[in-house]
Design a protein around this ligand. Structure first.
Ligand code: UDP
Ligand code: MG
Length: 323
């Protein structure tokens, strides 16, 4: 059995002033519950990361931090998206704790699964993935798109855990390794398996949001999916090469056919087929250019090596950014 760890629950929040007052006490209760059971140490904390919210989320967090020393808050200087906010929180927590559990702040993920996660850590696992046992509460649309997405990612050669969002336990050791991943386009669900280490899963029931609404409409889901694929896999590039070869082969056959037609004296009627070919090839080329462009864009961003997030305030420590 390992020594009792200090746990930081890391929670990204974006425009969540409605739901935070409801869920924050739940997280605190879970923390004291685990402390009382002797599974985590007293120094454990709940760390909220305000992802540049436009509503009163930061005020709510500051209020919570004043109320109870177990609540900590940090805010990003602008909205960077769920993945970046989460990474900011994890990197902040890594030197202050032995394990982190990341969870959304909307109450959708069952906090009782944390008991099992900590138990698994004590048994010797470094990473524990929370996996949704059923998605009955999600809309049919969300369920189907999620299923297609996992399948697509797997097919593209990226290693991901099915039905696992970002509810997971990571030990400080794994986080130190994750800190070495310098990429700017981050997709944590793919990066954590890449880091390796002994991992396992625990199952939980996914519930409905307690308040507020989802920040992942179709557009953002597609962009997350694109980030997931292009930051983890180069298979699309290989597919372009394969498609290019097939098209070239077909074109070669076409050329033989066109030459044959020419000698047969029937070239006058070639307008339709010529146009069809031009359209077809233009289409393929455009798609290919688009996919390559996606990667070139990523390379461009990576070479800039911009900071992945900027912390603008904390409810603790010397730099008093809180209000
Ligand atoms: N979130 C964030 N930045 C964003 C969008 C979302 O930090 O730009 C947080 C949000 O506050 C929540 C979590 O990410 O804690 C998951 O978001 P949401 O519940 O909207 O997504 P869904 O559960 O619908 O996929
Ligand atoms: Mg949610």
């Amino acid at each position: 059995m390992r020594k009792i760890p200090v746990l930081y629950i890391v929670i990204p929040c974006y425009n969540e002033e409605e739901v935070l007052p409801k869920t924050a006490p739940m997280f605190l209760r879970k923390l004291s519950d685990l402390t009382q059971k002797g599974r985590i140490r007293e120094e454990s904390r709940v760390l909220f990361v305000d992802d540049g919210s436009k509503d009163g989320t930061w005020q709510v967090i500051c209020g919570l931090a004043k109320q109870d020393r177990h609540f900590l808050g940090m805010s990003l200087s602008r909205n960077r998206g769920h993945q970046h906010a989460l990474l900011a929180g994890l990197m902040e927590a890594k030197d202050m704790c032995d394990i982190t559990i990341s969870i959304d702040c909307d109450g959708q993920d069952d906090i009782n699964a944390m008991d099992d996660m900590v138990e698994k850590y004590l048994e010797g696992f470094e990473v524990v993935y929370g996996v949704r046992s059923s998605r009955r509460k999600d809309s049919v649309f969300k369920r189907t798109t999620a299923k297609c997405f996992y399948r697509l990612l797997r097919w593209m050669g990226a290693e991901v855990v099915d039905n696992h969002a970002d509810y997971r336990l990571i030990s400080a050791r794994v986080m130190r390794e994750l800190a070495e991943f310098k990429e700017v386009n981050i997709y944590l669900r793919g990066m954590v398996p890449l880091a390796g280490f002994k991992s396992t899963t625990v199952y939980y029931e996914r519930m409905e949001r307690l308040a507020g609404k989802s920040h992942y409409p179709l557009g953002r889901m597609i962009s997350l999916a694109l980030d997931g694929i292009t930051s983890l896999s180069i298979k699309p590039i290989r597919m372009i090469a394969a498609a290019g070869m097939v098209v070239s082969f077909l074109s070669f056959l076409m050329i033989i056919w066109i030459v044959a037609q020419f000698f047969a004296g029937q070239t006058v009627h070639g307008w339709a087929s010529t146009c069809a070919i031009i359209c077809f090839v233009c289409g393929i080329q455009l798609i290919c250019t688009g996919v390559i462009g996606e990667y070139v864009g990523k390379i461009y961003l990576e070479t800039k090596a911009r900071p992945r997030y900027i912390v603008s305030g904390r409810t603790y420590g010397e730099e008093d950014g809180g209000e």
